[in-house]
Design a protein around this ligand. Sequence first.
Ligand code: GLU
Length: 493
Amino acid sequence: MKDVRVRFAPSPTGYLHIGGLRTALYNYLFARNNGGKFVLRIEDTDQTRFVEGAIENLIKALHWSGVKYDEGVFVEDGKVVQRGEYGPYIQSERLDIYRKYVDELIDKGHAYYCFCSKERLDSLREEQKIKGLVPKYDGFCRNIPLDEAKERIAKGEEYVVRLKLPHDYDIKFHDMVRGDIVINTDDIDDQVLLKSDGFPTYHMAVVVDDHLMEISHIVRGEEWLPSTPKHVYLYEAFGWEKPTYVHLPTVLNKDRKKLSKRQGDVSVEDFKAKGYLPEGLVNYLALVGWSPEDNQEILSMEDLVEKFSFERVSKTGGIFDKDKLDWVNSHYIRTSPVERITELAIPYLIDAELIDEKFAEENPNWLNLMVKTVQESLDIVGEISEKVEFLFKDSVDIEEEDALEIIKGEHVSTVLDAIVDELNTVEQVDEDYAKGFMKLIQKATGVKGKNLFMPARVALTGMAHGPEFVNVLVLLGKENIIKRIKYVKEKYI
Ligand code: GLU
């Protein structure tokens, strides 16, 4: 087999769609799994879609996700740079190359100049629509002699270059997911290859680049499948060896519609901002349209590299299930070092005005203990504020039915008074003291078990169930515990 070389070739439209990240990921896994190279190429030939900073954003998102490539476009010290022997890797810097190959096609009779005006093409399309036909160029300029076309160009007439497809010819190719595909040229348009602004179209540029960059496998979303016959024909027209095609099922939402920005989060940046971990997002995305033979669901990048194969990519769309994503992500939160989650959590806590930067700097241990206390219950880091909000108040209200019942129970006053009395004998609540604390209250009151613990928990947290109580005691500290008990006694008992 030829050396494996794959590429991810996004158009810099401003953000990285999670479907795009999955395409990049599968390319990466395949390259790693086969000792190949993975290239990042930027396809920016549609200048009307140019977005400032889009290349940098895209690369940042890829970098965050841990999907690494070997060659192509990188950002170093905030600047876009290119590395590799097949550059440039940004299509707008390759215009001369495309021009040369367009000329070659014209010379070989596989392409022709077309002078049709926008008005003519619009009315042609309109007419075809009325007749119920699929809109298609009618070949008006196909037979203009080359000399005549060149004269018209010399006189300054605007033109495009179109692919000259033969009539009734079967274009055949094999797709690793879809199998053998045959399309007749009568069902395809004479595709524009070079636009009037001198830029190639996607179809021209993608074929030239994939060939010159020696790409062995084209791994991309199935939305590009209808374009593939045109590309295959171009390889034939040039006499180039065809790559292997792999078209991936679209990432769909639960209604089986394409995930679109209108329905909410679709960009990698959105998921990052919500507090998903890169390992969680990548692990889950790998499973959207693919599964390993053993159906294992928690997979590190190393596991994915080892187990990934195109044979197990499904033909039907992959459903993006947010609940499952959350479940996978919660695994990575749970198993991360607490310091990492704390660092990620701090901006959310500041945003929610629970803490400020100074507090974060001065209380690293307290914050780590707090995060450790709720870490198990987080699906995403962004949930941290709602989980720990109760710690930042002087008092908590009791709203849950079962909690209200507990606080109205027997011995509650005795227990709460004993807690205050006991606390008044110490300076502060450290971890060791907190561990033995309820034992002291038991001794002082003779109350045991549920009757001892539940009122204490409800009075301090407002909830009948919740995080590790010893940690809550340490986190709240002496003064706050006393304040809370005072409030609860006045309001509920
Ligand atoms: N530039 C195309 C995109 O934006 C790439 C399609 C391909 O991989 O051929 O997705």
